[in-house]
Design a binder for this molecule. Structure first.
Ligand SMILES: Nc1nc2c(c(CN[C@H]3C=C[C@H](O)[C@@H]3O)cn2[C@@H]2O[C@H](COP(=O)(O)O)[C@@H](O)[C@H]2O)c(=O)[nH]1
Length: 312
């Protein structure tokens, strides 16, 4: 089945970058090795394997996941902060006050209030941007979806691709794209992870039912590229490797940064095709992502690239 346009954009533009990349190489023999080694047995990683997310099987869970994914980026500048703090902090805040994520409230949070909500003792990385995005979510939910992220999901007609398109059209903060060698490249990490989180949380039912969940790609963050490199699927130029090893920042929108992310998406799509051809097995990119990401976060010594970005 053809991918819906938003997802087709991600696949096509990632492939375009991979075919012209000079800092990152996708090693097809590395992909073959991984597929031969893991064969049929990709570890099935349970969504929320750490029990850190809010879940009540209803619309408030959708509101929670949308707020979570609006803020799901750039934890590394504070070495003690991680995604888990965000997920758990928002969960506890919502348990304490069920109206904490009402659209009107989202538009008015201040820095100190957000820190208090997350029980974080100092300014968050890119805190101003986090606030701006929170306000944007509240404002646009109120303007177009009667204040409810669940209405946004209902409007997508059980299509993950349509949901990604809707989210990126309505909420500029989710428009994860860059210009590479003069061409626009779309990766839509946080919009796609929102669809995947719904699918995982609701176990493919209700708000998590999508007939095209297979159209979603992986979520190009700073963990998955590092895992793919460790597996021998990606190779970096020595200059890029040195930058990463030295923990030097890679500026958002540079060729290096776009290649790291786009080549990761492309490599996993190739891995998926090979699994289908060699093993006759249809694996979802979401499943591959969860496996790769969980490998990465369980390996604290893994060095990843550092980019200040609101997208991941
Ligand atoms: N590709 C991919 N990237 C993901 C996630 C998730 C969270 N997914 C959870 C949701 C349900 C499941 O239970 C998953 O566990 C966060 N990230 C990204 O990682 C980085 C944070 O790293 P650190 O600083 O070490 O916490 C940051 O860029 C963040 O945006 C994922 O699933 N895939």
């Amino acid at each position: 089945m053809a991918s819906p346009p938003a997802m087709e954009e991600v696949r096509a533009t990632s492939a375009w970058v991979a075919s012209r990349a000079s800092h990152v190489v996708v090693d097809s023999s590395g992909i073959e090795r991984v597929v031969d080694t893991i064969g049929d047995s990709i570890p099935k990683v349970e969504w929320d394997y750490e029990g850190i997310h809010y879940f009540d099987n209803g619309p408030l869970t959708v509101q929670y996941l949308f707020v979570l994914d609006a803020l799901n980026f750039c934890f590394w500048p504070d070495k003690d902060l991680s995604y888990d703090h965000l997920a758990l902090g928002l969960k506890e805040a919502l348990e304490k006050d069920k109206s904490a994520f009402d659209a009107g409230r989202l538009q008015n949070y201040t820095g100190p209030q957000l820190r208090e909500l997350l029980k974080w003792p100092r300014p968050l990385p890119l805190e101003d941007e986090r606030l701006r995005l929170l306000h944007e979510v509240g404002h646009e939910l109120e303007r177009s979806f009667n204040g409810k992220a669940s209405n946004l999901v209902k409007s997508s007609g059980k299509s993950a691709g349509k949901l990604v398109a809707l989210v990126t059209r309505h909420f500029p903060g989710f428009r994860d794209h860059s210009v590479y060698k003069g061409h626009q490249v779309f990766l839509y990490k946080r919009a796609q992870i929102f669809a995947a989180d719904l699918w995982g949380a609701f176990k493919g039912q209700g708000y998590g039912e999508f007939h095209d969940i297979g159209s979603i790609t992986i979520f190009a963050d700073y963990i998955v590229p590092a895992v793919l490199r460790q597996l021998g699927v990606l190779q970096y130029s020595s200059a890029l490797m040195n930058t990463i090893e030295a923990d030097n920042e890679i500026v958002s929108g540079t060729e290096e940064e776009v290649e790291l992310r786009a080549c990761s998406v492309y490599a996993v799509e190739k891995m998926r095709e090979l699994m289908s051809r060699k093993l006759g097995k249809q694996v979802l990119s979401v499943e591959l992502d969860l496996w790769l990401w969980s490998c990465g976060v369980q390996s604290p010594s893994l060095r990843h690239h550092r980019t200040l970005s609101i997208y991941y």
